[in-house]
Design a protein around this ligand. Structure first.
Ligand SMILES: Nc1nc2c(ncn2[C@@H]2O[C@H](COP(=O)(O)OP(=O)(O)OP(=O)(O)O)[C@@H](O)[C@H]2O)c(=O)[nH]1
Ligand SMILES: [Mg+2]
Length: 338
């Protein structure tokens, strides 16, 4: 089951960004350092790709430092892409960001040509928090849920430097299934658009493979990495539920409660610093998603032409019958249609 979330305010954001980008010098796309590939919005890429762009891998304090470095190297090896990692604990990211913007748009600055920067990204990734720390004031509303910012807002950083905060936006069809799950696990998807248990089972499959010692340390499973990796995902969730006391009367594990516990532990990095994808993994998921999408499109096209073919003999027959009637009545075909 694919996770999709594109509520009405995202349609409006899409239109607002399409308009705003015309008068923008630099686009800063804020990504989640735990899932840089999955949190890169292809719709934003399409809408803003012609502008100088900076990618910020935010919330690096929650991500696996080794993987964050791998992602930065991967992005910075691509021409036309600059990427830096950041987190809310950095007291003054402003200097670093202003420097990067000036490198990307060297002609801008000064009262006559102020720098105009658009900040965008998926929901809950830390855009408004970043803007507040850049401006040194609480100018933009923030909150630990997806969809806090609902309208774009201009923030004046200096007389010659403007920032636009935008509402978090996903895209109408997330073709990489794993990306939907990772976005939901990170908190970028509205609470009612996914099933927590399913999201946590997917999360556990990844953690079993890559972060088994962290699972063992947090939930005191008493198992080594190979034993943890060998468990079925729902066996593992049941075990975690037991260990954390998510048990209903009669002794059955409350899997929903267990899933909520794991999700909070992951989101708040109580489990430890975790990244949910490497560049190579994401590229493989993307290729698979694109292939499935192409197959889906081919099936749709085949169905559409089969329907057209099935309709054609009827239309022809109706056409022939129409002609006969026309002849018999002596009226013109167009008149018979009316
Ligand atoms: N650990 C950590 N938390 C962060 C960081 N940046 C932001 N947050 C938290 O993430 C949550 C979302 O932050 P916001 O700034 O509201 O995110 P946003 O991207 O503006 O979200 P929307 O307006 O919903 O699109 C808040 O609880 C922030 O405190 C960071 O670098 N590290
Ligand atoms: Mg916001």
């Amino acid at each position: 089951m694919a996770i999709q979330w594109f509520p009405g305010h995202m349609h409006l954001t899409r239109q607002a960004i399409a308009e705003r980008v015309k008068e923008i010098d630099v686009v800063i796309e804020v990504l989640d350092a735990r899932l840089p590939g999955s949190s890169a919005n292809p719709l934003l890429q399409e809408m803003t790709g012609h502008k100088p762009r900076l990618k910020i891998l935010n919330k690096q304090d929650l991500a696996d430092a080794v993987q964050t470095k791998a992602w930065l190297d991967w992005y910075n090896a691509q021409s036309e892409t600059r990427a830096i990692a950041l987190d809310a604990s950095e007291p003054a990211p402003t200097k670093r960001l202003i420097e990067q913007c000036k490198l990307l748009a060297p002609g801008r600055g000064g009262m006559a040509k102020p720098m105009r920067v658009l900040i965008c990204g998926v929901p809950n990734v830390g855009k408004s928090t970043l803007i507040n720390s850049m401006s040194g004031k609480t100018q933009a509303k923030t909150g630990n849920e997806a969809g806090v910012t609902k309208l774009e807002q201009r923030i004046v950083l200096a007389d010659d430097f403007y920032l636009w905060d935008t509402p978090g936006m996903l895209w109408p069809r997330i073709i990489v299934e794993k990306s939907g799950f990772n976005l939901a696990a990170s908190g970028a998807v509205g609470r009612n658009a996914y099933d927590e248990e399913l999201v946590v089972l997917e999360l556990l499959i990844y953690l079993q493979k890559h972060y088994a010692p962290l699972l063992d340390a947090r939930y005191k499973l008493g198992l080594d990495a190979a034993e943890i990796a060998a468990l079925h995902d729902d066996e593992l969730l049941t075990l975690i539920g037991k260990k954390r006391g998510a048990v209903m009367s009669g002794g059955r594990v409350n899997l929903q409660k267990a899933a909520e516990l794991v999700l909070t532990d992951f989101r708040d990095a109580i489990l430890g610093r975790i990244s949910l994808e490497t560049p190579a993994e994401f590229e493989a998921w993307l290729a698979e998603g694109q292939q499935k999408d192409a197959e889906r499109q081919a099936r749709k096209d085949a169905l559409a032409s089969a329907r057209k073919r099935a309709r054609a003999p009827r239309d022809n027959a109706a056409g022939a019958a129409g002609k006969k009637t026309d002849k018999a009545s002596g009226s013109k075909p167009s008149a018979a249609k009316r």
